[in-house]
Design a protein around this ligand. Structure first.
Ligand code: FES
Ligand SMILES: [Fe+2]
Length: 400
């Protein structure tokens, strides 16, 4: 792939914060691209059949192969702040309960009562050391064990061990909680993240505080929604009211298995060419990560301080509908009233860009796809590198 490479692991020197050290490592690549007037590209145009977004049979396979058999981000660690904290979701059709036990460990369960399948926990989150099913009153602890069954003498001993909650693999790493929503399977985050693990460690989401959050409902295929995060080609046209002119057209794109990292350039990058490297304001470099299959982590793209992290999750519910969960975080929390004002304004801009621009186009346009003649393809340009890479990985992992 042209202009794509994985940055080698290097030992960080001195006391520089890891995120700054990472950006400093990436900066010379950006400056070199600027000097050459280059940006990350693919060797050729990809022609995507419109069925990629419309096929119900493909959607069923995506749910199983991409969302249930691959670890994915369930929530931020800060959403389970202390022993007894719990969090529920119904992502990709699977009701999940995440709970932090007295031992501090996060565990994941199907949020389905093993007695007669009732939804066990019916609130989005909170604190509890016991979960009682409303149907017949079975009670479970934070390790998923049934600790109270009314009239248990009417059940025989043969209901053990299926009287406990069904556990799914879960692991917490670098401020993120990963789950695999297949009970009884394993999780191997080292293999899943590969070299991306080092970047996640550098970002340091352990200190992330969610300042704003929202969930948007969009009537379109989930991959059409995700595509809007994977190219900057549309910035100056679609985002004329929000992001136009904020970034240089130079991008560096690195792949990590099915995941990727987009390194954007600050608008004044051209000036860096004539500056000493030590004078580069590397904190201003926005980084955008894609954790396959559905999570985007944008670091510092909408705040002068560079310490904001915008976590987007795209959650498909059918071929033609997805929810978009937005968590707008600040690393280390809010530092001053002025900082709060800046963050509020940045969040409003980011949300407006999504609602009025990206998802406005996506939701308005998608219903028309069905009117296109069979076999219609859409061209994905050489510079729309993230879109091409994402589609290539979806097709590869579905075995199409
Ligand atoms: S379904 Fe939960 S106790 Fe019966
Ligand atoms: Fe956009």
């Amino acid at each position: 792939m042209a202009d794509c490479k994985v940055i080698e692991d290097k030992t960080t020197t001195g006391a520089e914060p890891p995120l700054r050290a990472l950006r400093r490592e990436l900066a010379p690549v950006l400056v070199d691209m600027q000097r050459r007037g280059a940006t990350a590209t693919m060797p050729g145009v990809r022609h995507e059949d419109v069925r990629f977004y419309l096929d119900d049979a493909q959607f069923v396979r995506e749910q199983q192969l991409l969302f249930r058999e691959i670890p994915r981000v369930a929530c931020l660690s800060s959403e389970l702040p202390e022993p007894g904290s719990f969090h529920t979701s119904v992502d990709a059709g699977v009701p999940m309960l995440l709970s932090r036990g007295k031992d501090g460990r996060v565990r994941a369960f199907l949020n389905i009562c093993p007695h007669r399948g009732s939804r066990l926990v019916r609130t989005a989150g909170g604190k509890a050391h016991r979960f009682t099913c409303r149907f017949h009153g079975w009670t479970f602890d934070t390790t998923g064990r049934a600790v109270g069954i009314p009239e248990e003498n009417y059940f025989c001993a043969d209901i053990d061990p299926q009287k406990h909650l069904l556990a799914c693999p879960a692991e917490e790493r670098h401020g993120l909680v990963f789950v695999k929503t297949s009970p009884g399977s394993g999780i191997d985050l080292d293999a899943h993240l590969g070299a991306l693990d080092r970047d996640l460690a550098a970002i340091g989401l352990e200190t992330a505080q969610i300042i704003h959050s929202d969930t948007l409902q969009v009537s379109a295929n989930w991959k059409y929604g995700l595509d809007t995060f994977f190219e900057t080609y549309h910035l100056n046209s679609l985002h004329r009211e929000t992001f136009r002119g904020l970034f240089s057209p130079v991008n560096v794109f690195d792949t990590f298995g099915p995941h990727h990292r987009y390194t954007f350039a600050p608008l004044n990058l051209a000036k860096w060419i004539a500056m000493a490297e030590s004078d580069w304001d590397v904190d201003a470099i926005p980084l955008q990560y894609f954790l396959f299959p559905n999570t985007i982590i944008s670091v510092g793209s909408t705040s002068r301080s560079g310490a904001t992290v915008n976590v987007h999750q795209i959650l498909p519910s059918s071929t033609g509908h997805f929810a978009s969960r937005l968590s707008y975080c600040v690393l280390g929390g809010i530092r001053s009233p002025e900082h709060r004002t800046e963050i509020d304004a940045a969040y409003e801009t980011a949300r407006r860009a999504l609602v009025n621009e990206d998802y406005s186009v996506v939701g308005e346009s998608y219903p028309g796809f069905a009117a296109l003649p069979a076999g219609t393809t859409m061209p994905i340009g050489r510079q729309e590198i993230g879109v091409q890479n994402f589609h290539r990985n979806v097709v590869r992992l579905l075995g199409n």
